[in-house]
Design a protein around this ligand. Structure first.
Ligand code: PEP
Ligand code: MN
Length: 339
């Protein structure tokens, strides 16, 4: 249930609505919005009786919310959310290009790659300090040391930084250095991490879990929003499938669907979605054409020597090509996916 307040409602009237919601045994959550003031009723197991609420001063109307996720849905917030990352708008009118090597490498190599990413048109630099690897014998990332490298990139190259946080202990130190904290696929259901990240007030890039349904993914975003972190960017990165021809099934179906059911920005990661560099550019193009508001692409100056995920890592010429492609696709926004 969503209680929509009249345009001229007062702070006292909103507080009274919140008190009544609490008296009914539910939890009120104010929904930030430019065009209206609204209060979401959460914690109900079934339909909420709107009769008490409707009669309160300042209330315009009560509308029922049909989906299990509320704050992330357009039913509750019709206008699209734009997440500002150090001046780069994600979810605004232009698709955003986020790129970098899978892992933070040595400081020299990482700085050189970041510089090349910037020259190729990348707006945010993405590299993992901590790598959640399938095998304990694989390179796990340089960890805290790599955070110093990322800080150097930020300062010397001037690109905002995106990096994955794999456990709750790293949230504090990482939030000092990076501009966006990534929740990786393997951690989409790490509730201790999700709850900790719901308390920070900085942008979160929420990757879809390896086998997560749309509803499970949206409900994790709901955890973040319901505790007050509204700066959430969704990322489609492919889900497990039986196909031997690709690392994952890159589920571009979900992109226009998310645009219509949620106000949160959605970007796509064709690198993990496809797993093979020869098809990354084609699928990057497809992702933006169907409504992705940005791309996360693994790119390197010498892709074959990348510490991790070399097979799907593209070179800088391909990254420039993707940059040109997405500029050319801008006109497709007239498809009006935000309904
Ligand atoms: C990554 O972004 O390098 C990564 C490990 O991705 P995912 O969590 O999507 O597998
Ligand atoms: Mn990777």
């Amino acid at each position: 249930m969503l209680v929509i307040m009249q345009q001229d409602s007062t702070v006292e009237q909103c507080a009274k609505v919140e008190d009544v919601i609490r008296d009914m045994g539910y939890e009120p959550l104010p929904v930030p919005g430019e065009s209206r003031t609204a209060i979401c009723v959460t914690g109900n197991k079934g339909p909420v009786d709107p009769s008490h609420l409707q009669r309160l001063a300042g209330v315009r109307e009560c509308v029922s919310v049909t989906r299990p996720y509320k704050l992330v849905s357009r039913e509750v917030k019709p206008e699209s959310t734009v997440v500002d990352v150090a001046g780069v708008e994600i979810g605004g009118s232009d698709p955003v290009l986020i790129a970098g090597p899978c892992s933070v490498e040595t400081p020299e190599r990482t700085l050189a790659i970041a510089d090349a990413v910037k020259r190729a048109g990348g707006q945010l630099f993405r590299a993992g300090a901590f790598k959640p690897r399938t095998s304990p014998y694989s390179f796990q990332g340089f960890g805290y040391e790599a955070l110093d490298t990322l800080a150097e990139v930020r300062e010397q190259v001037g690109l905002p930084i995106v990096s994955e946080v794999v456990d709750t202990d790293a949230v504090g130190p990482m939030s000092e250095v990076v501009d966006v904290l990534q929740i990786g696929s393997r951690n989409m259901h790490n509730f201790a991490l999700i709850k900790k990240l719901s308390m920070v007030r900085m942008p979160i890039l929420l990757k879809r879990g390896l086998s997560a349904s749309l509803e499970e993914w949206m409900l994790v975003a709901e955890y973040l929003l319901s505790a007050g972190n509204h700066q959430v960017i969704l990322c489609e990165r492919g889900i497990r499938g039986l196909a031997g021809h690709a690392r994952n099934i890159f589920d571009l179906n979900v992109v226009p669907l998310v645009r219509s059911i949620s106000h949160l920005p959605i970007i796509a990661d064709p690198s993990h979605g496809v797993g093979d560099r020869s098809r990354v550019r084609a699928m990057a193009r497809a992702a933006v054409a169907c409504g992705a508001q940005g791309l996360l692409v693994e790119a390197h100056t010498t892709p074959d020597s990348a510490f991790t995920d070399a097979a799907q890592t593209i070179d800088m010429d391909s990254l420039s090509g993707i940059h040109r492609d997405i500029r050319g696709l801008k006109g497709l926004e007239t498809l009006s996916l935000d309904q």
